[in-house]
Design a protein around this ligand. Sequence first.
Ligand SMILES: Cc1cc2nc3c(=O)[nH]c(=O)nc-3n(C[C@H](O)[C@H](O)[C@H](O)COP(=O)(O)O)c2cc1C
Length: 347
Amino acid sequence: MPRSSAYQRAVAEQRAPARENHAGKLNLIEIVRLATLAASSHNSQPWLFRLEESGISILPDFSRRCPVVDPDDGHLFKSLGCAAENAVHAAAAQGHAAEVTFESSTQGVHLSFHRSKAIRASELFPAIPQRQCTKLPYDGRKLDDADRAALEKAAIGKGVRMVLIDDAPTRETIIDYVRQGNRAQLCDPAFRKELVSWLRFNDVSAIRSGDGLSARSSGQPSLPDWLARPILRFVLTGESQARTDERNIRSAPLIALFIAEREEPASWVETGRVYERFALQATALGIRSAFINQPIEVRDLRPQLNALLGLRTEAALLMLRVGHGPQAPFSLRRPVEQVILKPEAVA
Ligand SMILES: Cc1cc2nc3c(=O)[nH]c(=O)nc-3n(C[C@H](O)[C@H](O)[C@H](O)COP(=O)(O)O)c2cc1C
């Protein structure tokens, strides 16, 4: 079997359509499968799931931290929030409402499920396996007003809000900040080393690890490791990435910013939930998005970005380009069994 089809087979298996089930007992394994299809920083999948009688805890897996790009674990907790949001929609499709709380004792997100006759799958549910960060150029086409309004409605959270930016001067300044961010990140040997550790240059290594940034989903050619590693020094530079990002941002009619009142784990989790809900709504409408977080990840650029947005007490915690374009190849996930804590591991 050619390697490409092994990748596609893995994607098809992991992303089997999400089906409603109101028959009876909660299928927690299915909820975990759908939760793991959420976005995560560097596709690090920094989560572990503890199954309970009528609930799930999503615990941080600190062995999957990215300390250089994410020294305070903000992205890690946002990733947990993304998974939690998928789990909420997955539970609803099984006739259960979810109560979501952040538990400071475990640093985890706890979801408790209770049966509700009133609850039904929303249109966001079938979008779970179809959501992706589409890291390709878009076609420049503007969004309909109704679609824009639907995105704005989806992206309201507790202490977290989203703004859409389309005015030319602000966009130009953001392009400049992303350029500066790329230069700072890719000139930093520690950043490069961490990033490279998550790059999967070909299908074999992407399938083997089930995580990380596959060449395929990033729109890059597939190369053997022995060839990709030495040439990366020449092809992946601050300038080359800045050019790619500039082209990609210009191809998107909108920039979305997720703004939070507080910077702490519970607020990061909520920010992840709001992003994921936004992305599911976008997917349901056939709208693409991809992160451009450099001015948030490079700490020196944060004050400038927040000032540009007129923020005083709040802070921008995620940034995306948004538009229309082709679907990209999907990213892979680790098997569900690998992320579920065995009962003996439960304290
Ligand atoms: C908190 C967070 C931060 C992220 N930051 C970036 C980023 O700066 N640049 C980027 O290209 N993708 C970023 N991503 C997207 C991940 O690379 C992506 O979710 C992961 O590769 C899995 O792919 P998928 O979302 O298409 O399933 C981020 C995702 C999350 C949840």
